[in-house]
Ligand binder design. Structure first.
Ligand code: DAK
Length: 255
């Protein structure tokens, strides 16, 4: 791996995007590497959740790598958008284990889109977020026009996208774009603490819950139907037997 670091700890794995001189801008290679790391980690049963963060204390990810796509044609732009969405953004959204973005500085453009594709976001007090694409003659191309309104509502999303303005961590919390704001020192511990509490619960049920929640935002499928199906499937799982048996035996379940 050239552009990321992967650190597998108890319960959680931390993926650090490691191009600090470029403020961790996302290029094609970084997208491929994150995809590869996530694919490997999905098979590791000890890993119950993933944290994605940026190297250094200045940026999570300052956007897609402008230097890489500046000369792209229309066709190349579409191809980059499609392959990036499949390999990273949709891949993360539909990942079977919870992924937390630990936003430790600038999360702009593709960087904020990456954070929004994650299941949860925690920001450090110095974080600054925005979708400045229209200032470059672009629109958000990695799902930002869809996920920002889902998270903060249509009116505020249109304001942020059309003004290209950056917001600070406090505003992001107020809009519910992030779940928590903590000091930079507390960022990774807070994310690990959430994954620790997730680790007490059934991995099968967590995957089913992620799938059901996602379908509720996918207008091609009926979320309530999906929830009924996934709920029914839980009854056939070993985790369900263990969870209910443990409850009746007044002990903690061992998933
Ligand atoms: N790409 C490439 N390099 C970047 C970068 C980026 N997004 N952001 C920063 N850098 C590089 C700078 O060029 C500089 O490199 P050197 O000149 O030292 O070689 C280094 O990181 C440090 O940056 P600054 O010197 O600018 O640092 P400052 O503290 O002065 O400013 C800043 C920090 C974050 C305010 C500033 O760097 C900045 O405005 N950065 C750009 C923010 C931005 O506009 N991000 C891009 C948003 S647009 C697509 C799909 C999606 C997208 C595009 C295409 N397709 C599917 C085709 C998404 C687009 C975006 O993300």
């Amino acid at each position: 791996m050239e552009n990321i670091l992967v650190d597998v700890q108890v319960n959680a794995a931390i993926i650090t995007i490691n191009r600090p001189k470029q403020l961790n801008a996302l290029n094609k290679r970084t997208i491929e590497e994150i995809n590869h790391a996530l694919s490997t980690l999905s098979k590791n049963r000890e890993v119950r959740g993933i944290i994605i963060t940026g190297a250094g204390d200045k940026a999570f990810v300052a956007g897609a790598d402008i230097k890489e796509f500046a000369h792209f044609s229309k066709e190349e732009g579409k191809e980059l958008a499609r392959s990036g969405q499949e390999k990273l953004f949709d891949f993360i959204e539909h990942y079977p284990k919870p992924i937390i973005a630990a936003v430790n500085g600038f999360a702009l453009g593709g960087g904020l889109e990456l954070a929004m594709a994650c299941h949860m976001r925690i920001a450090s007090e110095n974080a600054r977020m925005g979708l400045p694409e229209v200032s470059l003659g672009l629109i958000p191309g990695y799902g930002g026009t869809q996920r920002l309104p889902q998270l903060i509502g249509k009116g505020k999303a249109i304001e942020l996208i059309t003004t290209a303005k950056m917001i600070d961590a406090k505003e992001a919390l107020q809009y519910k774009l992030v779940n928590y704001v903590v000091s930079l020192d507390e960022l990774l511990p807070k994310a690990s603490e959430i994954i620790k509490s997730i680790s007490h619960n059934s991995p099968t049920a967590i995957t089913a819950a992620i799938k059901s929640i996602n379908v509720g935002f996918d207008h091609r499928e009926n979320g309530f139907e999906k929830e009924i199906n996934e709920f029914g499937n839980c009854f056939g799982s070993e985790d369900f037997v263990e969870g209910t048996t443990a409850f009746m035996e007044k002990r903690k379940p061992n998933f």
